[in-house]
Design a protein around this ligand. Structure first.
Ligand code: ZN
Length: 147
């Protein structure tokens, strides 16, 4: 295992132990839940959008280290971005995991450094659903009306 792999693994373990934005959003927000039956991961993503921008985003749930770290890293990466940017980041993230990085040009490229910690998951097809679960829930939440 290279030092880089170890670094990335430590990012995942650290976010699993101390997940960011692991809380319930107060006030009006949009939310959606995801379940990954392959692993038993459950996640609920809550998001507040103001002026087309993600003003706040948080999650709750339980699951493996990868699903939790991915949700945590996602909330960190998305806060303050526009809804369009969030959609583009979702596409890039999914392509990097599922497509092995070969579709870079299409979805516009690079992941923020910390999200690259999850790229290693693409070598483990069974775990890709763990890493993308929170992202699918986010996408669904953004498409739902407030409630
Ligand atoms: Zn999992």
């Amino acid at each position: 295992m290279s030092n880089l792999d170890e670094l990335y693994q430590s990012v995942i373990l650290e976010h699993d132990r101390n997940p960011r934005n692991f809380r319930v959003l107060e006030g009006p927000h949009q939310e959606a839940e995801g379940y990954n039956p392959l692993c038993g991961d459950r996640v609920k993503v809550m998001v507040t959008v103001a002026d087309g921008r993600i003003a706040d985003v948080a999650f709750q749930g339980s699951g493996c280290a990868i699903s939790k770290a991915s949700a945590s890293l996602m909330t960190e990466a998305l806060k303050g971005r526009t809804v369009e940017e969030a959609g583009a980041l979702f596409d890039t993230f999914r392509d990097r995991l599922v497509g092995g990085g070969e579709t870079e040009g299409r979805s516009g490229g690079e992941l923020p450094t910390r999200l690259r910690a999850l790229e290693g998951v693409r070598s483990f097809p069974m775990r890709i659903k763990c890493a993308t679960l929170a992202w699918h829930a986010l996408k669904e939440a953004l498409e739902k009306p407030e409630g």
